[in-house]
Design a protein around this ligand. Structure first.
Ligand code: UDP
Length: 375
């Protein structure tokens, strides 16, 4: 892996170019595809980088490491991988990187409900301005782009299942949670207009809850949190009664779908739900984690207000209709909820055996700050 730290200097540009010239297959060279992954040190981004490298791509990842984990990219020891420590809000840097790639996977985003609530302004800026910078740069340099969106855009619509054309039902703009949905919906519209009006190939992946190894529970993600609590013998914290439902998809099924979408010209100009339509309540999830870990943990009910602060609104039900993705890219996620839970259990047990602390503790309402899902 080649690593660069974007300090905003001319020297940075020179060294980046030099490393690309040296790469065997640049944008204008051979058949090898060069991909840029924004948010490449994040949970989904890191898995995507590995998937693309296995497909034979040259891969550049950019991440500001605000919520991404340096270990995610440090562990990728591959001659076709390059990591750039920088921000997607750094327009000259982004433009320089995009000029050298065939396609961009835009995953960098402020994610996690707890983070969005704690850092609403920064999240909004990253999710709106950042996407605009990526789309404009991709258009300028003729690169294809995939924009990661989220099932959050459906807001409180509890229709089941949710198809790409289902209406959105959002609460008041004053409810901080919905700022994420607003930003991502605007991203989707921008991507669509870049495709239709500006002739720039774009596709949107609307990700439902994604889970699997290397996801942190620090920003609220429920599966790594429940698994950590069960393994430590602590009560599993079920928020808001636990009757709310979600559909979880393994990250490996998700990254394969992202790669397939950008490869499919029939997908451009469209939005695709990506998720696994197995609906489970959060209470069932807690019980299943306890069973699969043979844990003596109990379930602790915590009201939403206590978990997220006053005035919090949750989504009651979230089940994807993935017909469109099935028809266009043959999307058929194979890994089950039990696979996800067992993979996360294996990973966290390994950390515990290595006596390394795993960051899965609850973040107090007064002290929250982060970023990676989408979903
Ligand atoms: N949740 C929970 N306990 C936790 C963390 C989350 O009951 O320790 C709930 C949360 O309120 C939500 C669901 O689990 O209803 C999924 O939460 P997550 O943050 O993983 O995803 P999202 O809310 O974005 O679907």
């Amino acid at each position: 892996m080649t690593q660069h730290h974007a300090a905003g200097t001319r020297r940075r540009s020179t060294s980046l170019r030099a490393s690309f010239t040296a790469a065997p297959n640049g944008k204008n060279g051979t058949a090898r595809t060069t991909s840029l992954v924004t948010g490449g040190a994040g949970f989904i981004g890191g898995h995507l980088v590995e998937h693309l490298l296995a497909q034979g791509h040259h891969v550049i990842a950019i991440d500001n490491l605000s919520t991404g984990n340096p270990a995610t990219v440090e562990r990728i020891d591959h001659p076709e991988f390059q990591f750039v420590h920088g921000s997607i809000l750094d327009e000259p840097l982004v433009d320089e990187l995009v000029s050298q790639v065939d396609q961009v996977f835009h995953l960098a985003a402020a994610v996690g409900v707890q983070l969005v609530i704690a850092e609403s302004f920064e999240s909004l800026r990253t999710n709106v301005r950042g996407t605009e910078i990526i789309l404009e740069s991709a258009r300028r340099h003729g690169a294809r782009s995939l924009i990661a969106s989220t099932s959050e855009v459906y807001g409180k619509n509890a229709a089941c299942p949710l198809s790409e054309t289902t209406d959105r039902i959002l609460g008041s703009p004053a409810v901080r949670r919905w700022s994420y949905a607003q930003a991502k919906a605007l991203d989707e519209t921008m991507a669509y207009l870049y495709h239709t009006d500006l002739n720039s190939p774009t596709v949107v992946a609307r990700l439902f809850n994604v889970a699997g190894p290397r996801q942190t529970g620090r920003y609220g993600m429920v599966i790594p949190r429940f698994v950590g609590q069960a393994l430590r013998g602590e009560p599993l914290t079920v928020f808001g009664g636990g009757q709310q439902t979600r559909s979880f998809c393994h990250v490996l099924d998700v990254v394969a779908a992202l790669a397939a979408l950008i490869d499919s010209s029939a997908a451009y100009g469209q939005v695709f739900n990506i998720g696994r339509p197995q609906e489970v309540s959060i209470r069932y999830l807690a019980e299943r984690v306890i069973t699969l870990t043979d844990s003596l943990s109990t379930i602790q009910d915590i009201p939403y207000d206590e978990a997220y602060g006053p005035g919090f609104e949750d989504t009651e039900r979230r089940v994807p209709d993935v017909t469109r993705a099935r028809e266009v890219i043959g999307f058929d996620p194979q890994l089950t909820l039990d696979d996800i839970i067992m993979n996360v259990v294996a990973e966290q047990r390994e950390h515990m055996l290595a006596l390394e602390p795993v960051s899965i503790e609850a973040v107090p309402a007064t002290d929250r700050v982060e970023a990676e899902y989408v979903g």
